[in-house]
Design a protein around this ligand. Structure first.
Ligand code: AMP
Ligand code: FES
Ligand code: ZN
Length: 381
């Protein structure tokens, strides 16, 4: 296969654009997509300092690398979440990345600075870890950006993340979330502007960029993400994409153009400063301060009012699980798995990349989503 731009051997095919690229042209394509997002969506100016939230994963480090290469003024921001076996290596990836580029990296440790390590908080409050984590990240993104004088914070959310979030929100018609799902959330009422410059790029493209640029990123998913609905939705959308390239992008871009403004118009939320910390909230105390209070409360009082709702009579028998892809005897027939999925890494497309790269990539992208997850993935922007 030849590169669409220069006719040399291609190393990556991008079916939704009906294109294939060699290494150099792919890096150019990737950066063009970032610039297009930043400029077209008016995310930030060339000379405007941007705080880039980095997790140590491929997306956010690829984003930071691309912005640095493009000459934007960036500072990295890493939150130590206190997840054993995951947070330490993630932090090291961010530190190594920043040191190699002589870039500034801010680090906040949730455990040390707020007593809110995610694993312990989840245990003590009996919340799902991802809920405490999402809440803490949103809070710190805003607070740290404000405290350090940044008017804008960028995250590494990509096209697959955004399409999966949209899918989940549409499935349950979460109109509030739909109104706030956008590549740019403007500054308002004490909230700094939030932007997603990778929203035009698919996950396998951010992985390819990170690998081709020699970025050492953390390949493993957060252990708490196992079973997350968002991974299941990504898998479904990848099957659709394989059968009909461009569906994912059409789904997201169509929503942003035609539907998001309608949901956004219905959204009027009055924010005011938290009585304790001054961060914007709709309640007297913000969710983060309430979480801290909950964690600090003595054990015997914790958990009140959190008991599972009881059924008035005997529990109804749950329906038999639907077969995931093959029709069972009684269940509906669902389509057979589609081979060569977009999210997977078909052999031929990657053969031009070194073996080592492929091995890392296979692990990063080709792991199947587990069936029937029971936990909520992150939603909304
Ligand atoms: P996630 O919610 O884990 O899918 O991450 C989405 C984006 O949030 C990433 O691309 C990063 O930009 C940012 N992010 C996630 N985890 C962290 C972290 N520990 N510190 C700073 N930013 C993070
Ligand atoms: Fe937040 Fe996994 S990154 S719980
Ligand atoms: Zn507060």
């Amino acid at each position: 296969m030849r590169c669409t731009k220069c006719r040399q051997d291609a190393c990556l095919e991008i079916r939704r654009h009906n294109a294939a690229f060699c290494e150099a042209c792919f890096l150019g394509f990737f950066r063009d997509q970032v610039v297009r997002a930043v400029e077209h969506e008016k995310m930030f100016r060339r000379d405007e300092p941007v705080l880039v939230a980095v997790s140590g994963g491929k997306d956010s480090l690829a984003l930071w690398d691309a912005l640095l290469e493009l000459g934007y003024e960036t500072t990295g921001f890493y939150i130590g979440l206190g997840i054993p076996g995951y947070s330490e290596p993630s932090r090291e990836k961010c530190e190594t990345f920043a040191a190699a580029r002589d870039a500034k990296l801010l680090i906040v440790d949730l455990e040390a600075e707020y007593g809110l390590g995610i694993s312990e908080t989840a245990q003590r409050t009996r919340r799902p870890a991802c809920s405490a984590c999402g809440l803490s990240k949103r809070y710190l993104f805003n607070k740290v950006a404000m405290d350090h004088g940044f008017g804008v914070i960028a995250t590494g959310h990509n096209l697959d993340d955004e399409a999966a979030t949209l899918f989940g929100n549409v499935l349950r018609w979460q109109t509030g979330y739909l109104g706030r799902q956008a590549p740019v959330l403007p500054e308002e009422n004490g909230l700094v502007k939030k932007v997603k410059p990778l929203f035009r790029l698919a996950e396998r493209e951010t992985a390819a960029y990170a690998i081709l640029r020699g970025i050492d990123y953390i390949v493993d998913e957060c252990p708490n993400a196992v079973g997350a609905k968002s991974l299941f939705y990504k898998d479904l959308l990848n099957q659709l994409e394989a059968a009909s390239p461009g569906s994912k992008q059409a789904f997201l871009m169509g929503f942003l153009e035609h539907a998001q403004p309608l949901f956004h118009a219905q959204e009027e939320v009055a924010l005011h400063p938290c009585e304790r910390c001054g961060q914007p909230t709709t309640t007297p105390l913000c969710a983060f301060c309430r979480l801290r209070e909950e964690v600090a409360r003595p054990l015997q009082r914790r958990g009140r009012g959190r008991r599972a709702k009881r059924w008035p009579g005997p529990r109804p028998t749950p329906p038999a699980p639907l077969p995931l892809r093959e029709g069972g005897e009684d269940g509906p027939t669902l389509p057979a798995p589609i081979p060569d999925r977009e999210g997977g890494v078909p052999e031929a497309r990657w053969s031009a990349l070194p073996l080592l790269v492929k091995e890392k990539e296979d692990r990063a992208l080709a792991e199947p989503a587990p069936p029937f997850p029971d936990r909520e993935g992150g939603r909304g922007g």
